[in-house]
Structures are given as structure tokens and as C-alpha cells.
Design a protein around this ligand. Structure first.
Ligand code: ATP
Ligand code: MG
Length: 298
């Protein structure tokens, strides 16, 4: 990959207190530490998309969170644009927070149910001084909604008044509000039906291209990673067992575990162009239907 390294992990490790053990120890002494991630060497280039795959509990979410410094690594080194961020405190990290955004699996629980969509999207703009007052924030929120294929009038709605796919678009709009360099998307299509999945993938693909985002795309679904990502990283028990271009790994998986993962999933021979063209057509239809009538999704 020729892209400039945006984020780089070298020998990264993460150990966390064993939650199970804590309960069993009746609160005496420090709980033992569990090795969650070990020896992770990973570079994500500017504008590059990397899929993180592996079975449940392999450490995908933990790695995504550590790369964004939502966890402090307990070993190794983490750099963002050549700046060592391994041990930075929250104050020093704060300006960087705008550059790294997380999209959650379940927008239902990550969007404040009592805030209107316009307020949800305005909040980071205010927090990072990116809006000149309320009106400007609201106008930017409307533009963000359009950017993710939702009508600007949705700014006045509450999260529960949207469908799952529409809520995920809001989650994406919130993530790109501050024009980040890196987005970590954690199982963002898992809870959606197949046609919404295709639409969200098409949108992510478009944003990645237009905004030059680096994308760390976490998914247990290898066929999804294949259409969206340049590279794939396979995790097992908190370690990287295989890494390479999607093309290379899917054509000839080197590690037995990767072969197993591939065999476990019925992998349709889907061409990226096919899924994205198809999804775009479907997106037009669905958005047209829900956006047109004022009562569409209520
Ligand atoms: N805060 C925590 N404290 C202690 N252990 C944790 C914590 N978070 C995760 N773990 C453990 O770390 C391991 C990796 O968890 P993680 O959530 O990163 O896996 P995952 O690959 O994202 O799994 P899934 O596909 O189910 O989302 C698991 O064994 C989990 O129980
Ligand atoms: Mg996870």
C-alpha cells in the first residue's frame, strides 16, 4: 500500500481486569488481568479500508477501540500520523478525537432517544467549535443528512421515528460530522435486513471515496468485507493470524483458521460493482418512498 500511514500499531497489547473473576473474588485484591490483544502490528494508510474479521470474542471490538485510544494499550506503541499517542491522557487526546470516529453496531442505543436528530448531529459540531451558533449547526446537520441520503426534514425527528437503516445513516452522519480521518465501523450492518445492508455498504463505499476516509471495518461477515475493503486482517484469540489484500487472502487463505472462517460462510460470488450499483438503485427507491410523504416513517 502506497498511502501514508495514518495509524500504526507496533507490538500492541491490551490486558484488562477479568470481569468474571472480579465477581468471584468478593472484591478482595485486584482482579487478575486477561490478555485481550497481543503483539498486534497493524498499519492503516490514509484513505485505506481494512476489514477486521474473526470469530466472536477474538478481539475485533477491543482492537477497534484501542486503535482509537478509547482503551489505553498496555503494551507496544500506537502512532497517529507519526505522533505517539500510546499513553496520551484524555486532555491531550481531545483535539485528536475529532479525527477518529466510531460507528456503533446498534444506533438504537447509541443515539440519545430524547434528542432530535438535528440536535444529535449538532452536538459534536458545538463541542468542537465547528459551528457558528445554533442556526449554523442545524444547517450543517441538514447537509449531513442529505449527504447520507436522508431528507433534511429528518432533523426534526426523534431516533424512534426512523427505521433501523435510517438510524444507521444518522450514526454515519454523526461520525462524519467533524470530517474525521479515521472511522472505525463495528458490525454496522449486522442488525439490518439484506437490502438495508447493501445500501449502507454502498454509502460507506461512497464516503470512503469522496471524503478520503481511512476505514477500519469490523465484521464477522467475510463477504461484506470483501466488497468494501482493500485489506483484511484476521484475528484469533487477540492475535493477528493472517493479513493481506482482500484479493490475495480470499483467493488463497494461508492460515488454517482463515480457511475455516471462509468455509463457514457461504460466500456468494458477488462483484463489488454489482452490489453497489444494485444498492444505489434500491436506496433511491427506499429513500424516495420514506422521504416523500410527510408521514412516511412515522
Ligand atoms: N472491558 C472488558 N473487560 C474484560 N474483558 C473484556 C472486556 N471487553 C472485552 N473483553 C473480552 O475480550 C475478548 C475480546 O472481546 P471483543 O469484544 O473485542 O471481541 P469481538 O471479536 O469484538 O467479539 P464479537 O464478534 O462477539 O463482537 C473477549 O473474551 C471478551 O470477553
Ligand atoms: Mg465486537
Amino acid at each position: 500500500m502506497t498511502a501514508e500511514p495514518l495509524i500504526r500499531a507496533e507490538g500492541l497489547g491490551l490486558s484488562l481486569p477479568d470481569r468474571g473473576a472480579r465477581a468471584g473474588r468478593l472484591g478482595f485484591g485486584a482482579p487478575p488481568l486477561l490478555d485481550i490483544l497481543q503483539d498486534i502490528d497493524l498499519t492503516v494508510g490514509a484513505g485505506e479500508s481494512v476489514g477486521l474479521v474473526g470469530e466472536s470474542g477474538s478481539g475485533k471490538t477491543s482492537l477497534g477501540r484501542t486503535l482509537m485510544r478509547l482503551y489505553r494499550p498496555t503494551a507496544g506503541r500506537l502512532t497517529f500520523e507519526d505522533r505517539d499517542i500510546t499513553g496520551l491522557g484524555e486532555g491531550a487526546l481531545r483535539p485528536l478525537r475529532a479525527d477518529m470516529q466510531f460507528i456503533f453496531q446498534d444506533p438504537q442505543s447509541s443515539l440519545n432517544p430524547r434528542a432530535r436528530i438535528g440536535e444529535i448531529l449538532s452536538q459534536p459540531l458545538h463541542a468542537f467549535g465547528r459551528a457558528k451558533g445554533r442556526r449554523d449547526a442545524w444547517a450543517q446537520a441538514s447537509a449531513l443528512l442529505e449527504r447520507v441520503g436522508l431528507p433534511p426534514s429528518f432533523a426534526g425527528r426523534y431516533p424512534h421515528e426512523l427505521s433501523g437503516g435510517q438510524r444507521q445513516r444518522v450514526g454515519i452522519a454523526r461520525a462524519i460530522a467533524l470530517k474525521p480521518r479515521l472511522v472505525v465501523a463495528d458490525e454496522v450492518v449486522s442488525g439490518l435486513d439484506v437490502s438495508s445492508q447493501a445500501q449502507i455498504l454502498a454509502l460507506l463505499n461512497e464516503l470512503k471515496r469522496d471524503l478520503g476516509l481511512a476505514l477500519v471495518f469490523i465484521s464477522h461477515d467475510l463477504s461484506v468485507v470483501r466488497v468494501l475493503c482493500d485489506r483484511v486482517v484476521v484475528l484469533r484469540h487477540g492475535r493477528i493470524v493472517e493479513e493481506g489484500t482482500c484479493e490475495g487472502v480470499f483467493a488463497a487463505p494461508g492460515d488454517p483458521y482463515t480457511q475455516e472462517l471462509l468455509a463457514a460462510i457461504p460466500l456468494p460470488e458477488v462483484q463489488p460493482g454489482w452490489i453497489f450499483d444494485d444498492a444505489r438503485g434500491a436506496a433511491d427507491q427506499v429513500d424516495g418512498a420514506s422521504a416523500g410523504g410527510s408521514g412516511g416513517a412515522r
